[in-house]
Design a protein around this ligand. Structure first.
Ligand SMILES: Cc1cc2nc3c(=O)[nH]c(=O)nc-3n(C[C@H](O)[C@H](O)[C@H](O)COP(=O)(O)OP(=O)(O)OC[C@H]3O[C@@H](n4cnc5c(N)ncnc54)[C@H](O)[C@@H]3O)c2cc1C
Length: 249
């Protein structure tokens, strides 16, 4: 089976991200990057499918040279090889999906796994875009997955107040939600082996963004809390302020 997992190189959630000088992009200095947490579930799903049905797991990442580090993290979990679509130019979701599709189109993908969302730019668009561009079904936000030997997929998805079970057939794009599995930790042996696994560099076709970033801002700094008084005597003022100023009641 040709199993592909798309991985995204994102700032560590503990990093304090700053807006760069252009006001349109993240300042990368001092930022630690990690494998997008939802992609750990996607990599695990790919590895489990390989263990059940055989084949290869190939990771795909679009981005600058630095993303190789993230591809290596997925290789350390057990994936076999990587495809790095090398580009420094900012790409919108459509352009990223286009670049992945171009890289995959002649590789007879049986299954393409992505994460639910990339926690940096939060587009949530990749699963549907890739399904459409590759001309195969897509199932988003999957929490339970069964793929039968004839390629029939049964997938459970979270929906408002419950879950639903859907079915389709491989080849398909599947986006992984937290809870789908327990991603394995890379072992020392896997980390060492990852250094020798092949990563193929691919150049993307030229692309003009459909959506342009105009400005990037950080949330306003929250004002310090105010103590309006103490004990039952303060309740009247507190209720008035919550109603008139905070407008929450
Ligand atoms: C070189 C580069 C520069 C960028 N610069 C900017 C910028 O300055 N400002 C801005 O707002 N956005 C920027 N982006 C991000 C871009 O606009 C999209 O947000 C991003 O490509 C992913 O789309 P999404 O947010 O819809 O993904 P989502 O749908 O949220 O992600 C779901 C899944 O798609 C896969 N995926 C996402 N991104 C990638 C990737 N790059 N490679 C492989 N798989 C991926 C992962 O499996 C991920 O879990 C940049 C992207 C690239 C590649």
């Amino acid at each position: 089976m040709n199993i592909f997992v798309c991985v995204s190189h994102v700032p560590d959630t503990t990093t304090k991200v700053q807006v760069g000088g252009s006001g349109k992009e993240i300042d990368p200095s001092g930022v630690t990057y990690i494998l997008n947490p939802y992609d750990e579930y996607a990599v695990e799903a790919g590895l489990q499918l390989k263990e059940a049905r055989g084949g290869d797991v190939t990771l795909v990442c679009v981005g600058p040279e630095a993303v190789k580090e993230t591809i290596r993290k997925g290789l350390a979990m057990g994936a076999d090889k990587g495809i790095h679509v090398v580009t420094d130019a900012p790409r919108d979701s459509f352009g990223t999906a286009r670049a992945i599709t171009d890289a995959l189109k002649d590789r007879a993908a049986d299954a393409v796994f992505v994460g639910r969302q990339s926690i940096d730019y939060d587009g949530w668009q990749m699963c549907g875009l890739l399904g459409e561009m590759l001309g195969i079904p897509s199932i988003s936000v999957v929490t339970k997955l069964d793929i039968a030997e004839d390629g029939t997929i049964s997938a459970e998805r979270d929906i408002e107040g419950g879950s639903e079970t859907v079915t389709t057939k491989l080849p398909a794009v599947i986006s992984a939600q937290k809870g789908l599995n327990d991603p394995r930790y890379p072992k020392l042996q896997g980390i060492m082996a990852a250094k020798r696994k092949p990563i193929e560099d691919v150049a993307p076709a030229p692309y003009e963004n459909r959506v342009e970033v105009i400005e990037m801002t950080k949330p306003a700094i929250k004002e310090a809390g105010r103590i309006v008084g103490e004990g039952p005597a303060a309740v009247k003022d507190l209720v008035r302020l919550l109603h008139e100023e905070a407008k929450v009641i």
